[in-house]
Design a protein around this ligand. Sequence first.
Ligand SMILES: Cc1cc2nc3c(=O)[nH]c(=O)nc-3n(C[C@H](O)[C@H](O)[C@H](O)COP(=O)(O)OP(=O)(O)OC[C@H]3O[C@@H](n4cnc5c(N)ncnc54)[C@H](O)[C@@H]3O)c2cc1C
Length: 541
Amino acid sequence: MQHTDVVVIGSGASGLTAALIAAAEGLKVTVVEKTGVIGGTSVVSGGSIWAPGNRYMAELGRGDSRDEVIEYLRALTLDRVDEELYTTFVDTVNPMLDEVVALTGIKFEANPHHPDYQPELPGAKAEGGRTLQGDLFDSTLLGDFQTKLRTSHSGVPITRLEVDAWGQDTMDRWDWALVADRVSQGIVGMGAALCGALLKGCLDRGVTVLVDSPAFSLIRGDDGVVAGVVIEHNGLEEEIRAERGVVLASGGFEWNKNLVDQFLGKPLNSPASPPANTGDGLIMAMEAGAALGNMSEAWWTPTLYAEGDTYDDEPLYRPTSSLRTLPGGIIVNQAGHRFVNEAMNYNDMGKALGNFDPQNYAYANQPCWLIFDQRFRDSYSVGMVTPDAFTPAWITVADSLDELAEKVGIDKAGFNDQITRYNEYAATGKDPEFHRGESAYDTYRGDARVTPHRNLRPLEGGPYYAVQIRLGALGTKGGPLTDATGNVLRADRSGPIPGLYAAGNVAASWFGAGYPGAGATLGAGMVSGYLSAKALASSQG
Ligand SMILES: Cc1cc2nc3c(=O)[nH]c(=O)nc-3n(C[C@H](O)[C@H](O)[C@H](O)COP(=O)(O)OP(=O)(O)OC[C@H]3O[C@@H](n4cnc5c(N)ncnc54)[C@H](O)[C@@H]3O)c2cc1C
């Protein structure tokens, strides 16, 4: 049996932030990680952090205020979240980042262009500044832990701001010589850089980090106090006693089909996170008698699957954030109909992908396809397939739109009608049906070189192409309900469960069904990790 002050279950950004802060507060901390590598979904992420009112934004001369942010979050959460929770986020995110910067040396910059995800809601920012992007990180600084840092999906060490500058639409224009140089030096970017820096901060402060050590149950006293965890390590069960308590930070349940089927209410079929996120923390919280919340929600995202593309021996589903917004492509369902603004933010678009049609007793928009023309194919990367690359079999090609519809199983009459209508609209640069291209979010992406509109142009000559778009998620965001310190609440809401905290996607999100802006999931997870650590540090040992 081991003894420590705090056990953190899971080594994503939420767990590492909790561990870093608890250690900086002078506590003895052990992080247990289920897989052989550290960082979870947080490593494969863009590493963006949503921090309204941040100091970097002020340096750009952009204004922001607490009232505006709270007004925005009130609108976004549809009255389904306790205002104290998102207000606490607003008041904590910047002090949290200042402390993380001081402890790790991470450098952040405000993205000057990235709008909030519903930029036309009251209190939102259309002109950017609330989303922060991190710098690169030299993974050799991790010493023996260098090889234990999870690798990102692409393995390309690049910052999010470079992606913006080099081109989101195709990787052809990227500086591949510079990328190769960075790879040879062990430099990592985006989510890997964030986790690398957090991990270094933890190791520097003596945090014990155990990989290949899944936690599977909580140790609870007769009084219900959570006093440690049982893990599996080297094939053996081992108890780790935690004097102060346990932070659940084990990510979502998106890879657990049973939990997905029971809770989500939408046919999530392509999670974009690493497959170890199977809801273990959720199950432990349920066993401890936790109240649950936001269980039907996820950070939704439309994805595509390139046949044979795998990660950790499971299919790798890639988000389609930029691709969908580009001119010369539309998304249609089996009836051949468009059903949403294709350039919509991925979380809210995901909700449309999961719509149920009561008449036909089926999910109306699954399956659906991104349809595009030859000019689109010649101009943009589709997943990792660049314009000059051979067209793989998972991209369906046909000489005519009729043939394409037949090949993938789309109703021809509905499809032809839709294309005619869409092309007429697109030629004028307007989309009266779904308002594509009207939001500041839509125009942040798109292709500025194209007329009549960066998000809209008619489909021109063939051949034509179809790629299936799936209902995916960056992670689920339902789980144990917490108070504003991250302390998990009892099922009857009579108070908190002593010693049990939850941070990140394992917990009920403080943003409900909404996704305020790029970086809101990491931002919220790091805030709840930070608050949990502070609460544990001030609790009685
Ligand atoms: C492609 C992609 C890009 C994204 N970009 C962004 C972005 O730029 N900004 C943003 O805010 N969000 C982004 N997201 C979402 C974001 O990455 C996640 O919401 C966030 O990383 C969740 O963090 P977490 O700490 O809660 O969980 P995770 O990072 O998933 O970490 C959970 C960890 O717990 C471990 N674990 C699971 N079960 C156990 C167990 N029983 N015992 C021990 N360990 C366990 C897992 O192996 C994992 O390492 C992106 C997601 C994807 C897929």
